[in-house]
Design a protein around this ligand. Structure first.
Ligand SMILES: [Zn+2]
Length: 428
């Protein structure tokens, strides 16, 4: 174990006992305040800060794998890994067993992990400010490339009144204050309800977004929804290859999925990606089924409301084109293709509703293939998921005209927009 582990052991001695149960904690990662839309971090009986494991993957970018049979969470960051078992005080750091003074636990069906142990073990630094009840996590800088010559950094002008509010002085104008804080005049006016640019000395103004009251989440169409977006294939598995002999399905799937992720986040959803880069979901997967099961496990672990898998299609005829959308409505006959154990989606009615909502929008982008909307195919992720689940085939990469559309970022954005609209309609 690296020295950071020892630093952290010392650090926690100072932190113990400072925070009180029930107090609101603020978590800051690399200077950005983290929002917890549903499950909040809390201090447990051992005085340790527990955070939802979702936070670990989303905010810290660590990879999280959940193995339900073993009740084990494996969290990796680069070459470092931590394995936690629910209810156990032992964790494995890079293969070595260490004892913690608290255990990972389930709260309302969600896994919470002791953030200090996890982040410190994975080489992030962590600090607790008892005055502001703020936990600050700083991630390690990427490996330095040849050190550039140090350039003198200009001393930043200290932001008055902690940078969020400002008391108007004689001679100040809306213009001068906006300029001083590097904000838009329109923002200053709207944040403070200023009429006709009229401000008076002594007036306290909000001059930074941090000071704004948080928007009520319920304002947004997808607030409180947990959506798993599954970019098909990845890593060693390229998926289909386009008619140009070069374009890989995994690349198109990921591009559209990321646009969809942004779209859904903007509407208040919590979006969980089964992969965010050119990787597999489960780097240790022994076979395709393990890899697909990993994607299902992500949805289970995060208690997803819906699951959306994004793929691009291929057929031996270069003329075949159009979008398709699959869901799993009926248990399959064991002799069928894609049906090994006769499982069926846990919410076939919801899946059909979700599929229909998305299909009504999706089919407007490049049109429908002859198959179109299909509830009778038994793709693994659809039939193994317990929540409404669909698998989108954007279009045919084997068709040269359609491939060019699939590669085009503005068409990709249209796909992401239409899928989003379908999801919003589903939740209405
Ligand atoms: Zn595919």
């Amino acid at each position: 174990m690296k020295k950071s582990f020892f630093i952290f052991l010392v650090t926690i001695m100072f932190i113990t006992g400072v925070a009180t149960a029930g107090s609101l904690l603020t978590v800051v990662v690399d200077g950005d305040k983290v929002k917890f839309p549903d499950q909040k971090p809390y201090i447990n009986q051992d005085n340790r800060t527990m955070v939802p494991v979702r936070f670990v993957s989303e905010e810290l970018g660590y990879k999280v794998k959940w193995e339900s049979a073993k009740k084990q969470v494996t969290i990796t960051n680069g070459s470092s890994s931590v394995i936690l078992t629910l209810g156990s005080r032992y964790m494995k750091i890079n293969g070595k067993t260490e004892k913690m003074d608290t255990a990972a636990t389930l709260v309302s069906g969600r896994t919470f992990v002791p953030i200090r142990f996890v982040s410190q073990s994975l080489d992030s630094s962590i600090k607790y400010d008892s005055k502001t009840k703020t936990i600050s996590i700083k991630q390690p800088e990427p490996e330095p490339t040849p050190p550039p010559k140090p350039t003198p950094t200009p001393t930043p002008t200290p932001a008055p009144e902690n940078g969020t509010t400002y008391t108007v002085e004689k001679g100040d104008t809306v213009y001068s204050i906006s300029k001083r804080f590097g904000i838009q005049q329109a923002d200053l006016v709207s944040w403070n309800g200023i009429v006709n640019n009229h401000i008076v000395p002594g007036q306290v103004l909000i001059v930074g977004e941090e000071a704004l009251p948080e928007k009520p989440e319920t304002d947004l169409a997808l607030s409180g929804k947990v959506i798993v977006v599954d970019p098909g294939h990845g890593g060693m598995d390229s998926g289909a290859i386009g008619s140009d002999g070069a374009t890989k399905e995994k690349t198109i799937n990921l591009a559209v999925s990321k646009m969809l992720q942004t779209n859904l986040k903007n509407l208040g959803a919590t979006v969980v990606m089964t992969r965010s880069a050119d990787t597999s979901c489960d780097p240790g997967a022994g076979d395709l089924q393990d890899e697909l099961q990993c994607r299902v496990d992500v949805a289970t672990e995060y208690g997803a409301d819906i699951f959306v898998s994004v793929h691009s299609n291929w057929y031996s005829s270069p003329l075949q084109d159009g979008s398709e959308l699959f869901y799993n409505q009926f248990p399959c006959d064991l002799s069928e293709e894609y049906c090994k154990e006769g499982s069926v989606n846990g919410d076939p009615v919801g899946s059909q509703k979700l599929a229909t909502s998305i299909w009504n929008e999706l089919k407007t982008v490049v049109g429908s293939s002859p198959r179109g909307l299909d509830g009778s195919t038994h793709y693994y992720v659809n039939r193994k998921n317990s929540m409404p689940s669909v698998l989108v085939e954007l279009g045919y990469m084997s068709n040269a005209v359609e491939l060019n559309k699939l590669k085009n970022p503005s068409v990709q954005q249209q796909f992401a927009d239409e899928i989003r609209d379908g999801i919003v309609n589903y939740f209405k």
